[in-house]
Design a protein around this ligand. Structure first.
Ligand SMILES: [Zn+2]
Length: 403
């Protein structure tokens, strides 16, 4: 028999009221952050809450230092409306991108403005988790040097592969199977730690702040050494994000060998090192891979301004990327596809016309005509910025409480 005290009715009511207040705070803060600056009137219209509730919650958020007034806009015939926004200086977050070739650490303010970044190359393909964790800790210490470590309310880390059970990483491309990565960082870092797949966090930041903003269903392509895609679907407050192993879908039967063991994968044609290798094969020299591969890709893009092997390789890259995107369009019918990640930033502008042309030829017309293919707007540090959205998402969900 279950024993125990039956809760008093007043306690239940108090609990429910508190839950409701917390829920309203979280909903309004999310709206403010993701759509801001916004007026109180817009918050009322968007949330469906009463004007009195919105006024009370906003006053609380202002008193707590999370939100501040940010100018005003003219309204039709009435008084100018005051705009509200989350205060960038409310606190800082750290975003860490663990890629196949480097660890990049960024310090950002609460509005995701960049305060500083550092980058450490990784050497080799079977990376020791302790060594990578050491570089992450070093990078975090470096970006915090001379700053205010106490202002940091969270650290987000984006990793290749899947993250399960709060910090266990399965990343076959790094050779990690069930690595308790969070445990290697956590004892050394005071702020709460959040880990997630880096394609997912990139999808989140592109849909919050980048080229995915406002789309009903945006596919954010992470183009780097590894290739992945996140699907961001608009929701009532946050976009819902799912990821896929898009880089390992086959675009050419019997094609180039992929590091996953298969042949003809998209990644084997459009990943940074794949493009660099295809170029090296054509000109008969050793490929420049590892942390230098981004610089080599930039050089190939430059060389491709004139006809020759570099232009041929990029034309092929654009064709296969277009096929990969056409497959996504036929499967998922997005309204926008964003080319992001470091390789997206480096080669995106050069290959975009070829990508769009291939999409037109390979996707079903009625689906392709409602899909725009665009470049990401967040630059090469987009993935570290994406990781920084993890503690921000936690802040929004808690209604602005960092404790
Ligand atoms: Zn593969």
């Amino acid at each position: 028999m279950v024993s125990g005290r039956i809760p008093q009715v007043t306690q239940v009511v108090r609990q429910t009221t508190r839950d409701l207040r917390r829920h309203n705070r979280a909903a309004l803060l999310s709206s403010l952050y993701l759509r801001g600056p916004v007026s109180r009137l817009e918050l009322v219209a968007e949330s469906g809450l009463s004007a009195a509730t919105v006024t009370n919650v906003v006053s609380e958020l202002i008193a707590d230092g999370v939100v501040a007034e940010a100018g005003s806009v003219e309204s039709d015939g009435g008084r100018p409306r005051t705009l509200l926004a989350v205060r960038p200086e409310f606190g800082h977050v750290v975003g860490v991108d663990v890629s196949e070739t480097h660890v990049e650490v960024g310090l950002f303010d609460c509005a995701l403005g960049t305060l500083g970044t550092v980058r450490h190359p990784l050497v080799g393909t079977r990376l020791d988790p302790d060594e990578v964790a050491g570089l992450v800790r070093t990078g975090i210490a470096e970006v915090l040097e001379g700053g205010e470590p106490d202002a940091v309310f969270g650290v987000g880390i984006g990793v290749p592969g899947a993250v399960r059970d709060g910090g266990i990483v399965h990343a076959p491309t790094l050779g990690w199977r069930g690595v308790a990565f969070a445990d290697l960082i956590h004892p050394h870092i005071a702020a709460p730690l959040h880990l997630d797949n880096r394609a997912r966090t990139l999808g989140q930041v592109e849909s919050w702040r980048g080229a995915g903003r406002g789309a009903e269903r945006a596919i954010v392509a992470l183009l780097g050494v590894g290739v992945g895609a996140a699907v961001a679907t608009a929701g009532p407050s946050h976009p819902g994000i799912t990821t896929s192993e898009w880089g390992h879908t086959v675009v050419k039967a019997g094609g180039a060998a992929c590091r996953c063991g298969s042949h003809g994968c998209l990644e084997a044609y459009v990943g940074t090192e794949a493009v660099v290798r295809h170029y090296a094969d054509r000109v008969g020299r050793e490929p420049v891979i590892g942390d230098e591969s981004d610089a080599e890709l930039a050089r190939i893009v430059e060389e491709a301004r004139e006809p020759g092997p570099a232009a041929d390789v990029l034309a092929e890259t654009g064709e296969y990327l277009g096929i990969g995107i056409a497959n996504l369009i036929n499967l998922l019918s997005p309204d926008r596809v964003v080319l992001s990640g470091s390789a997206g930033a480096i080669m995106g502008p050069a290959i975009l016309p070829a990508v769009r042309d291939a999409v037109r030829r390979h996707a079903l017309g009625y689906l392709a005509e409602r899909t725009e293919v665009v470049l990401g707007r967040l630059g090469p540090e987009a993935v570290a910025l994406g990781a920084a959205t993890l503690p921000i998402a936690q802040l929004l969900a808690s209604g602005g409480r960092t404790g």
